[in-house]
Design a protein around this ligand. Structure first.
Ligand SMILES: Nc1ncnc2c1ncn2[C@@H]1O[C@H](COP(=O)(O)OP(=O)(O)OP(=O)(O)O)[C@@H](O)[C@H]1O
Length: 688
């Protein structure tokens, strides 16, 4: 193993690509399978993430001393006993994971490292442990608690280690892990993240001092370049880029450069730099080379011919008939999984659902919160009794960049601690977040890149656990999907009934699908027009890659009419239409694209005029879900005559549309198939 690492180490600085051509190096890149995970949640339980017997064997046969057990680091006097005991006795860790073995051994000797290893394999500890030991090496008094907060305080200009993370939540999570690890030492950990009051964070640093600072690029740049902050790092000994490829891409590069300018140069201070990520695309390699010391190691725990995702995670592609099928299909998937958990056939359902835009997260959150079970017991006033939400016991949370930091933190903490939940998310949680026991990652629409797909899917099946990935795509996204997600082991899944339904035409549908569609329509009807307009605009932006603009507009207008119940699609401004090359496309409504600021008014009006909830007929027909007088009854109740739209203009536009009604019990075996034109024929190749 050692020999193999040396081979890597020598070959990398010249050319990283030469590594892959080197057979000996290939040998060192082999990832050992994750064979075990007790991953007990009990704090003292011994946890083992990877089978490292092979590493041990290789180390023994080559006569070198690659350490794979944390307590050996103490026995050999390499890491301070206070730190090792925290790891083994308080955090319950015994054996290093493969990436930890491959990096901790050499990082403790001071080598610069870039490491690539799959998601959820313990990279955080792989950098925290060497940084902490390096701080203690320089100032041994910090090994004891008396040397820090309880002893003499330090100052704001004594930062020894700096960890940069692309998102606030991840920075907070790393800081939390660092605080656990430093608990029995005098090392003081502080955070500097955006979205919080700069002055409050600064006060904490100025009051207690800081040895190890964890932050996001913007805020770190801010406080390091503020001459009045007194935050400085003249003795910086370690610098870490977590999610390095993201930090080194164009978006963050100017801020990273500014931060580096505020740190001592290599000539002034010998500093170790560590970079970690599950993905290291070729584009960032040049920057890596410029940033790390000559002789750095590239530790690659993912082979080039191997998918960067975990083999044990099934990755399923669901193809939709149209955008309007998307949210109902999500509800069907959640409902089925929740039912499986309730029956004891599956673990409690805990899912993260990724959307391409913030607007879509908000709309989905409103729609899912608005869902109501038509069969729920109601009190005399028509209010549901007890926990009647159809997705119960799963709780619903949303997180994205437009929420305040307090709201983001609350959503993230609540989801972390809940047993069963659905986190509707933008990409703010896609990288690094370690929510326990996530069973499903569901992506609605395409991720921005292959790397982003890999990171998103990595929120499940962490630390050796099981999990599944789903991606739900519109046919117009298939070609681009083939390109962005090339080489990933995706398999078509047609186990859900709603994705293939043609919701633009009247038809009978299976009872379960009908029930979901009816609930969904009632729920989406209550989402204001302004929110739908925002999603319409966001989707036009997200789908700019679709060259057939007429088809895109037709699909979006179907979403607006049959998915949201709007009589006419939201309008877009002439300027935007021309920017998106939509000016002359049939079906585009040119007008004012400013979404209504009122979350209610306009939407209510449009929904009433054009969408569900209107006149006679409608989904479900009068006998569905309890008849006209069910729970609190009256004309507007579930199942009543006026339920779910079906006025003349709703859902399909013609007066005959949906006359037969979704959800009609009689059609439990997809008997309405012919009226829909049948479920869409599915090809075995998801990308065909
Ligand atoms: N040696 C170990 N044995 C058992 N569990 C471990 C070990 N090291 C870390 N873990 C646990 O594994 C989980 C994943 O670790 P971590 O978040 O560091 O993964 P990661 O590789 O950084 O993932 P990502 O690529 O998503 O950022 C955490 O819950 C952590 O406590």
């Amino acid at each position: 193993m050692r020999r193999a690492f040396q081979t890597c180490s020598r070959s990398i600085p010249r050319s990283i690509s030469s590594l892959t051509a080197n057979r000996a190096a290939q040998q060192c890149l082999r990832t050992s399978p994750i064979t075990h995970n007790a991953a007990s949640r009990a704090p003292i339980a011994i946890r083992s993430l990877h089978q490292t017997a092979r590493l041990r064997q290789e180390a023994a046969s080559s006569g070198n001393e690659t350490i794979t057990k944390f307590d050996e680091l103490e026995q050999k006097g390499i890491v301070h006993p206070n730190v090792v005991r925290t790891l083994t006795q308080e955090m319950g860790l015994e054996t290093m994971t493969e990436v930890q073995t491959a990096t901790i051994n050499s990082a403790l000797k001071g080598t610069d490292i870039i490491a690539q290893a799959k998601t959820g394999t313990g990279k955080t500890l792989a950098f925290l442990l060497p940084i902490l030991q390096r701080i203690i090496d320089v100032d041994p008094s910090l090994a004891d608690r008396t040397g820090g907060r309880r002893g003499p305080r330090t100052t704001a200009d004594d930062i020894r280690g700096l960890i940069i993370s692309p998102t606030r939540e991840l920075a907070e999570q790393i800081a939390m892990e660092a605080k656990r690890l430093t608990k029995n030492t005098g090392v003081i950990v502080q955070t500097a993240v955006g979205g919080t009051q700069k002055s409050a964070g600064l006060r904490a640093i100025q009051r207690d001092g800081c040895h190890l600072l964890v932050g996001t690029p913007g805020r770190l740049k801010d406080i390091l370049s503020d001459p009045y902050s007194r935050v400085e790092a003249p003795d910086l000994s370690s610098l870490v880029f977590d999610e390095a490829d993201r930090l080194l891409d164009q978006g963050f590069w100017p801020e990273i450069q500014e931060i580096m300018r505020r740190l001592p140069t290599a000539a002034e201070k010998d500093r170790q730099t560590l970079m970690f990520s599950a993905t290291v695309p070729a584009e960032v390699v040049d920057i890596v080379r410029q940033t790390l010391k000559p002789g750095f190691q590239f530790v690659k725990c993912v082979r080039d011919d191997e998918a960067p995702t975990h083999e044990r995670v099934p990755q399923k592609v669901v193809r939709l008939n149209g955008f309007e099928n998307q949210l109902p299909s999500l509800i069907e998937l959640c409902s089925k999984s929740i039912e499986a958990a309730k029956s004891g056939a599956a673990r409690p359902f805990k899912a993260i659902v990724y959307f391409p835009s913030t607007a879509e997260v908000s709309l989905a959150s409103m729609a899912l919160h608005n869902l109501a079970d038509p069969n729920a017991q109601r009190d005399a006033f028509g209010s549901p009794v007890g926990s009647s939400h159809p997705l119960s016991p799963a709780r619903i949370f949303e997180i994205h960049g437009k929420l305040s930091q307090a709201q983001r933190t609350q959503a993230s903490d609540s989801f972390r601690n809940c047993q069963s939940g659905i986190l509707l998310s933008s990409d703010v949680t896609a990288r690094g977040m370690d929510f326990p026991n996530v069973t499903h990652v569901i992506q609605l629409g395409l991720p921005s890149s292959r790397e982003q797909y890999v990171h998103r899917i990595g929120r499940t099946a962490r630390a050796g656990k099981e999990g599944e990935g789903w991606i739900i795509l519109n046919p117009l996204e298939a070609a681009e999907g083939r390109n962005r997600l090339r080489g990933l082991p995706l398999q078509t899944d047609d186990s859900l009934s709603i994705p293939s339904l043609d919701l633009t035409r009247a038809a009978d549908v299976p009872a379960i699908a009908g029930k979901i569609l009816s609930m969904y329509q009632k729920a989406i009807q209550r989402v204001p027009m302004g929110e739908k307009a925002k999603v319409y605009l966001a989707q036009l932006g997200v789908h700019q890659f679709i060259s057939r603009k007429e088809q895109l507009i037709q699909a979006m207008n179907n979403l607006s009419q049959f998915g949201w119940g709007l009589r006419e699609p939201p309008s877009i401004s002439p300027a935007l239409a021309s920017r998106l090359r939509l000016g002359n496309v049939q079906g585009v409504r040119i007008g004012d694209d400013r979404p209504s600021t009122s979350r209610g008014r306009m939407g209510d009006r449009m929904d009433r005029d054009g969408g569900f909830g209107g006149g006679r007929g409608g989904y479900g027909g009068r006998n569905d879900f309890g008849g006209r007088d069910s729970f609190g009854g009256g004309r507007d109740a579930f199942g009543g005559r006026d339920s779910f739209g079906g006025g003349r203009d709703s859902f399909g536009g013609g007066r005959d549309s949906f006359g037969g009604g979704y959800g009609n019990d009689r059609s439990s075996n997809r008997s309405g198939g012919s009226r829909f034109g049948g479920p869409r024929a599915m090809n075995n190749d998801p990308w065909a």
